[in-house]
Write a protein of this length. Structure first.
Length: 391
């Protein structure tokens, strides 16, 4: 098998890259080790920056998002009985975010790839990358028990944190930066009306909480929990009681509870791998970086990688210019580190850290006090939340 771009990973990053390349006349093959049902069964974030929504429209997959997505022009932060509404639109000249589940983005991309007869091979096992510094790298894999080889001009590693792409970069070249947080998020999905029309981030002495939503009848809620907790430790009744205790009284009073239809515990980490290019391999999304979910940057940061990478590959494959590919890693990482900083800041502001003493607790209070009284601070928060421009 031969193609111009071999894309490792059939999540939203890989599918979006394939879609953008196809529309520009560049061939690609997507290899995904899981089944399509498994990929679509993963529950992920659903707050989309304006840059991502514009990119999805450019890729021809924004119609259902525009019909069903919820446009949000603000969100709230509640700390110690005080609440701040961050006016995203007012502080950023009209920019907003869209609440539309990552699962739905992936579903739309799969449908678009099918409609264009895009090559997406699922349940591809034992994926291995070869000759990444040669002119024609190879990818070997096993499908239905039979071995296959895919030859390409370039390889895009969109296969997530645990994928093979980053691991294919020699250890003496790869530099890794990581911060592991001493807590996790317990999240549930419930078929209940959301407690508010906009997201509410809450910090309480007992820990963080977040009220989010997927639609008018589907809510997503989170509470901070110890890393060693198990799902079995959190029956629905306990979750709702803890969530209510961490929310402002008026919000807790109108909370509608119901059975959890999905429940999971996610650890929090910040992680960056440099460089994002090795030979003809280019990393994108979680293969190169992880952010804590506090700032809603995971999928959005992957989208900016795909923006840069798709343009660079198109310029090379269609016009013969390799300069954008040469610049890809540095350009993507400049935005990655800004998003890492913002996600770290949001996490530090809103969570209870077990090792923190009285001094750090008072610093958190002072930080929120400053945010409450400073339009400049609120503007910086809003600019980062709606998404920094694709420079």
């Amino acid at each position: 098998m031969k193609t111009q771009v071999a894309i490792i990973g059939g999540g939203p990053s890989g599918l979006l890259l394939s879609q953008l390349l196809h529309r520009a006349g560049v061939d690609s093959v997507v290899l995904e080790r899981r089944s399509r049902d498994y990929v679509l069964g993963r529950i992920r974030a659903g707050v989309l920056e304006q840059g991502l929504t514009d990119l999805l429209r450019h890729a021809g997959v924004g119609a259902r998002m525009d019909r069903e997505g919820e446009i949000h022009d603000g969100f709230s932060i509640a700390v110690g009985g005080r609440e701040l509404r961050v006016d995203l639109a007012g502080l950023t000249g009209g920019k907003t975010v869209t609440v539309y589940g990552q699962t739905e983005v992936t579903r739309d991309l799969y449908a678009a790839r099918e409609a264009m007869d895009g090559a997406v091979i699922t349940q591809a096992e034992d994926i291995t990358l070869h000759d990444l510094t040669a002119d024609r790298p190879r990818v070997t894999f096993v499908k239905d028990g039979a071995p296959h080889t895919l030859e390409a001009a370039f390889v895009a590693g969109c296969d997530g944190f645990h994928g093979v792409s980053r691991k294919s970069i020699p250890a003496d070249i790869l530099r890794e930066y990581e911060k592991v947080y001493p807590f996790g998020w317990l999240g549930i999905l419930s078929e209940t009306p959301p407690v508010a029309e906009e997201l509410i981030y809450a910090r309480h002495d007992e820990g963080f909480a977040l009220c989010s939503l997927r639609s008018r009848v589907l809510s997503r809620y989170y509470v901070q929990c110890p890393l060693d907790d198990r799902i079995e430790d959190w029956p629905d009744d306990r979750f709702w009681a803890v969530l209510k205790s961490r929310l402002p009284g008026d919000v807790a009073a109108r909370l509608v509870t119901g059975p959890a239809i999905e429940k999971s515990i996610a650890p929090l980490r910040s992680y960056v791998a440099e460089p994002m290019r090795y030979g003809r391999l280019f990393l994108a999304g979680d293969a190169a970086h992880i952010v804590p979910p506090t700032g809603a940057k995971g999928l959005n940061l992957a989208a900016s990688d795909i923006h840069y990478l798709s343009r660079a590959l198109i310029a090379c494959c269609r016009d013969g210019s390799e300069q954008a590919l040469m610049d890809y890693s540095a350009r993507a990482l400049a935005r990655v580190w800004k998003a890492e900083r913002f996600s770290w800041w949001m996490t530090t502001l809103l969570h209870r850290f077990p090792e923190d003493g009285a001094f750090n607790h008072r610093i958190q209070q002072a930080e929120f006090d400053y945010l409450l009284g400073s339009r400049a601070a609120q503007t910086a928060l809003a600019e980062n939340y709606v998404g920094l421009p694709y420079a």
